[in-house]
Each structure stands twice: as C-alpha cells, then as structure tokens.
Design a protein around this ligand. Structure first.
Ligand SMILES: Cc1cc2nc3c(=O)[nH]c(=O)nc-3n(C[C@H](O)[C@H](O)[C@H](O)COP(=O)(O)OP(=O)(O)OC[C@H]3O[C@@H](n4cnc5c(N)ncnc54)[C@H](O)[C@@H]3O)c2cc1C
Length: 388
C-alpha cells in the first residue's frame, strides 16, 4: 500500500496550511475563545476565497457544485483545517462549506428541491435526529419514537436527546420505529420541518462543546406526509449507518490535526522555556512526553489514511473506520493533555487553544459512536456474526 501523498495532494496541503495560518488564525485571535462563527463580512470574504481556490463544498459531490475530493485528500485537508482553536468542531469556521446531511443525496427529486438544494445554497439548516433517551449506542434497538400510518400521512410521537443544532434548524432527519416487531429493519427516516405542528425543542443542553448546542426534542402527534419518507419504509437504519461509518474517517482526521498543532506548540515551548537553569527540551521527562505524542500522532495518521484508502478503493471499510476513529480520538486526548502539561499554567488559560481542545476532544470518545461500541463492532467483524 502506498500512502505517500501525490504531488497534487502535497500542493493542496500547502495551500490549505497557508490559508489557515494567514487567514483563520489571525482573525481567531480577535474573537472570543469560545466563538464558533466569524463576523459575516469575514465569513463571506473567506468563503469566496475558498471558492476561487476550488475547495468549496469538500463533502459535496461534484455534480452538486462541490469540490468532490477523494477520501485520502479529504483526510489530508481535514488535518490542516482543524489546526486552530475552534478547529475540532468548526474547522475554518465553515468557510469550506459544510456537508449538511449527506443522506439527502439519496432523496427523491421533490425532496431534493425542498431540502437538499436550499441546504446547499445555505438557506436551510438541518439536524440529524437518531439518539433517544433510551440510548444512542444501539439505536436499532433503542428507538422508541413511533410513527403510525394515517392515510397519506404518518403521525409521530416520541422524543430525542443530544440532537445538535435542532434549535437553529429548519428541518431534520427523524428516525422513528414503524415496525415494532423488528429491530434494525423496523426504523424509518422522516424529513421533518421544525415549524410543523407537534415539533418541540424542549430544552437546549449545554455540553463541553463551545458550538452547536445539543437539544432535546419532543414530537406530539407530529403529522408528516408520506412524501417525506427518506428512502424506504423500514429502511432508515441503513441510511443512518452508512453515513456514520463514512464520517468517522474525517472525524478521526480532525483529531489528528489538533494533535499535530498541539505537538508543534509543545516543541516550540519546550525549546525556549527554562527551569532550574536548563531548557525544558533537555529534560528526559519532557522529551518522553514529546516522543509519546509523536507515536500517538503517527499511529493515528497511518491508520486513518489506511481507512481512507479503503473508502477510495470501494472496499468494505467499517472496521478500518472504527479503528481510525477510536485510535485518533484517544491519541488526540493524550497529546493535548501532554502539551498542556508542558505549558504549565499557561496551558490552562484561554489565551492558548489547549483548554478548548481538551474539552472538545473529550466528546470525541463518545460522539459518532462511543469507542467501546467501535470495539464491539470490530469484535463482531473479527469474531463473526455470532457475537450479538
Ligand atoms: C455534544 C454531543 C452532540 C451529539 N449530537 C448528536 C446528534 O446531532 N444526533 C444524534 O442522533 N446524536 C447525537 N449525539 C448523541 C451521541 O451519538 C450519543 O451520546 C452516543 O451515541 C452514545 O449514546 P448514549 O449517550 O445514549 O450512551 P449509551 O448508549 O447509553 O452508552 C453509554 C456508554 O456505555 C458504553 N457502552 C455502550 N455500548 C457498549 C458495549 N456494547 N460494550 C461496552 N460498552 C458499551 C459506552 O462507554 C457508552 O459511552 C450527541 C452527543 C453529544 C455528547
């Protein structure tokens, strides 16, 4: 396997790196440490710049006007794009265009007109509503929200938790049980408008993350037309699962980018800070932290590139994506923690990006499928289907 970047990929990486260092980092220095948005005029200026560079819409297929890059290039770009304070959850403050809900590419023409195209034009925002109070690790069994057919409509009752950004969304995907006798084969995905009668944002939940609050949703006799089913009746779980597996690869890459930057800052600091008459960089205790960081970064990088390569080859990649996700999220947490330690008291301040990375990186071991669940899935692949 040759995972050496091509000349073109090297150029792309250099361009994105320059963009982050010259455009994003200086602007970010003027923002609140927890900010997740750029001022409107900066956002528009930089979005135009990204469009001129040909990188706008990284996760949008080329036929819809996106950059349509392969997964290995996407990973290399994600590693660069996350190298700033807000980079883990809002890489480059969204000026490369956000993917939105990738499931909408599978929608009918009518659904695309009503949801996909307005979302791509930035006119509508969507949410992804899978997790429920009864659990998110095993949604196929946990989903209690029910949808019952009533003529040309479906009536939805139930609730969701931890749904990111539903308080600011115009619509969302709601996964509901349509066949109580089946597990994963009894869930359907509905396109729901947030102004429909019976849709309630019950509570905004504040988490460790600085951006996109999680919400609790309640559906009370929410009437949704049959035309708003995404995919097939009882085919919703496959829609949720495919997206989640694929997304784990760039998710891992963003953790690597933060770790790379944390390591760069730690090395710089260790070389200039003196204690007891010598530079920190000369102390073996500090050197070992830097060495362990490097091992964590390189192992995450190669495993994530290997997963991306499988995606690009069109081969099964679920296990590789799970391994990349769990290794990069755990390694990322350790690297940020060591870099903070090397920075002493300064590492704890909001003047430096570490405290935000430290908080937000912690979510990554639970988000997109907890790491124990990744291990559970990998065990299933290694040991066979007999394992429940
Ligand atoms: C900030 C944030 C944003 C989120 N955004 C969204 C969103 O937009 N849409 C959405 O649908 N969901 C979202 N989630 C929910 C997230 O996907 C779930 O929290 C996650 O899937 C875990 O589900 P749970 O919290 O119900 O934990 P549970 O399923 O109750 O699991 C609890 C813990 O048990 C352990 N565990 C579970 N299964 C196993 C097993 N088989 N073996 C060993 N240990 C196990 C794990 O450590 C796990 O963390 C978000 C969560 C957070 C924190």
């Amino acid at each position: 396997m040759n995972l050496e970047p091509t000349e073109e990929q090297k150029q792309i990486v250099a361009t994105v790196r320059r963009f982050v260092r010259e455009e994003i980092v200086p602007l970010e220095a003027k923002l609140d440490p927890d900010a997740s948005e750029l001022p409107r005029e900066d956002f528009e200026r930089l979005t135009n710049k990204v469009r001129e560079m040909g990188f706008w819409g990284l996760d949008i297929p080329a036929e819809y006007g996106g950059a349509g890059v392969d997964m290995v290039t996407r990973v290399l770009m994600a590693i660069e794009m996350s190298q700033h304070r807000a980079g883990l959850y809002v890489p480059c403050y969204g000026v490369f265009g956000t993917a939105g809900l990738a499931q909408l590419y599978e929608a009918t023409e009518d659904q695309k007109q009503r949801y996909l195209h307005p979302m791509l034009r930035g006119e509508k925002r969507g949410f992804f509503g899978l997790t429920e109070p009864s659990g998110g690790s095993d949604p196929a069994r946990a989903i209690r929200t029910r949808a019952v057919r009533d003529g040309d409509d479906w009536i939805i009752n139930g609730s969701k938790v931890f749904i990111s950004g539903a308080d600011r969304a115009h619509f969302g995907l709601v996964f509901a049980r349509t066949d109580a006798s089946k597990g994963r084969g009894g869930v359907t995905c509905f396109l729901v408008d947030t102004d429909m009668k019976g849709f309630h944002v019950r509570r905004v939940v504040h988490t460790l993350r600085s951006s996109h609050y999680a919400t609790e949703l309640q559906f009370e006799d929410l009437r949704v037309p049959n035309a708003n089913i995404l995919g097939e009746v009882n085919g919703g779980f496959a829609i949720a699962n495919e997206r989640l597996s694929r997304q784990r690869v760039p998710y891992a890459a963003a953790c690597i980018g933060v770790a790379v930057k944390a390591q760069e800052l730690a090395i710089e600091y260790a070389k200039q800070r003196e204690t007891f008459g010598a530079r920190l960089a000369t102390r073996q205790a500090v050197q070992w932290m830097i060495i362990d960081n490097e091992i964590d970064i390189r192992s995450s990088l190669w495993l994530t590139l290997a997963a991306a390569d499988k995606v690009d080859r069109g081969e099964p990649f679920r296990m590789e994506a799970g391994i990349a996700k769990l290794v990069a999220t755990e390694a990322g947490g350790r690297v940020v923690d060591r870099a903070m330690q090397i920075h002493g008291g300064y590492g704890m301040t909001k003047d430096l990006p570490f405290e935000r990375w430290y908080r937000e990186m912690r979510i990554r071991r639970v988000g997109e499928g907890p790491n124990e669940v990744q291990r559970h899935v990998i065990a299933r692949d290694l040991l066979g289907g007999s394992l429940r």
